[in-house]
Write a protein that binds this ligand. Structure first.
Ligand code: FAD
Length: 400
């Protein structure tokens, strides 16, 4: 590749979102251009949120307001000569005029990476948005942790043998991790009173449980949930949610102290509204190179993008692992685009997956290896710690 011309002035690359995809594309682009090209990273938060760790409701409940362990300041993670971080909420994107409208101003871009992640999808289920908790944002996880803590702290005064009851909606990895976590945390230790262990119900809905994961991992997860004492209810979607009550489409009703919605994600509304091709959940249907069709130099990556792997025909999953891989590939293609070179199609290779199944337990499938119990849990913790450390040091992070 020809080197960047020293001192050449570049239009800025604007990166929207400082999550897994945005952080990676910014860092890798800066690395590939030897810090000569200007990059602006915009996020509504001044921190990179370790979103893959937001199922840790027990630790969050114990931590109270100290959420530092779940974040890395973006200014530190992106401390490079030509990267500036701007804290602000993106309101709209004008692809034709190549401008981004923020709450408090406007930024013109030469090239753009849309990495705005995803938000909960409620599918029009009455009460779901208003009456449930979520763990997709740090603020949501903190609110849930405080609510669970309050219910548990009050549990010694419940009549008779009654225990707190939590309903988790969604049979993907987030619902599974969260249900197991709620069921296995030592709430008496967290609250400092004789809190009663909760009853946890996981409603997996009509989709297959842990769709997309290996059969061995699924079998281990079922065993793990049973051991954790989680009741798993399959087959029916939620019809409506009212305060303290979840109703399924077959008419069955679950009375509970709180409900958590882990039933799916969609692109943020500003992404759904862009005049570009969209896939399921309003994700941007990108070219195999991750570029948006008809908009050279504009890429969508991470949860906000929709792409089928051309070889396998499978959709690239909405995971942090995929977001990091797309961030790296988009950085290479952004550089190719500004040098007038051919872009390279993105190929996704899954490294593996580990699903937490409560305190000290997990199920994993890494390459040909199937892992369970405490070795899988240890691996998950090590991977999470390694990721956070790499981000803090501004090194290329990886994840499974
Ligand atoms: C509990 C939980 C556990 C998970 N576990 C795993 C796991 O083990 N492995 C795995 O690979 N994946 C896991 N995931 C999925 C993973 O977290 C996501 O796929 C990943 O975060 C997607 O990265 P992203 O960069 O696309 O989006 P995000 O990481 O969500 O980043 C999007 C960024 O955009 C910012 N933003 C959004 N809207 C605006 C706006 N309008 N203006 C300004 N900024 C905005 C946000 O603040 C955020 O920083 C998990 C998710 C959850 C919730």
């Amino acid at each position: 590749m020809p080197p960047e011309t020293p001192g050449e002035r570049f239009d800025p690359l604007v990166v929207l979102g400082g999550g897994y995809a945005g952080l990676t594309v910014a860092q890798q682009f800066a690395h590939r251009t030897r810090d000569r090209a200007a990059v602006v990273v915009v996020d509504r938060e001044p921190v990179h949120v370790l979103r893959t760790e937001l199922y840790e409701i027990g630790r969050l409940a114990a931590a109270g307001r100290d959420v530092a362990p779940w974040t890395v300041p973006l200014a530190r993670a992106l401390e490079r000569p030509n990267i500036s971080v701007r804290t602000g909420t993106v309101r709209s994107i004008d692809l034709a005029a190549r401008r981004v409208q923020l709450e408090d101003g406007e930024i013109a871009f030469g090239a753009l990476a849309i990495a705005l992640g995803s938000e909960p999808a409620y599918y029009g289920v009455p009460g779901a948005a208003e009456q449930t908790h979520e763990v997709y944002r740090l603020s949501g996880a903190v609110r849930l942790a405080a609510a669970v803590r309050a219910v548990e702290a009050a549990s010694p005064a419940l009549p008779g043998e009654r225990r707190p009851r939590f309903v988790v909606v969604g049979g993907g990895s987030t619902g599974t991790e969260l249900a197991a976590e709620l069921a296995t945390v030592d709430w008496a230790h967290v609250t400092g009173v004789a809190a009663r262990p909760p009853e946890v119900v996981l409603l997996t809905g009509s989709l297959p449980f842990l769709a997309g994961f290996s059969p061995t991992l699924i079998a281990r997860a079922r065993t793990g949930l049973r051991r954790a004492g989680v009741s798993v209810v399959t087959g029916w979607n939620v019809r409506r949610v009212d305060p303290g009550r979840v109703e399924l489409e077959d008419g069955s009703v679950f009375v509970c102290d709180l409900t958590v919605w882990c039933a799916g994600l969609e692109a943020p509304s500003l992404v759904r509204q862009l005049p570009v091709p969209h896939g399921p959940g309003g994700r941007i249907a990108v070219e195999p190179t991750l570029e948006i069709p008809g908009h050279p130099g504009v890429f969508a990556i991470g949860d906000a993008a929709d792409l089928r792997d051309p070889e396998s025909g499978l959709r690239v999953p909405g995971t942090a692992q995929a977001a990091l891989a797309e961030g790296r590939a988009a950085a290479a293609n952004l550089v190719a685009r500004r040098r007038g070179e051919a872009l390279t199609p993105f190929r996704y290779r899954e490294r593996g997956a580990v699903v937490a199944l409560g305190i000290g337990e997990a199920a994993g499938a890494v390459r040909q290896l199937s892992l369970g119990g405490s070795p899988a849990s240890l691996l998950k913790r090590l991977v999470q710690r390694d990721y956070a450390r790499s981000v803090e040091r501004g090194e290329p992070p990886s994840l499974i």
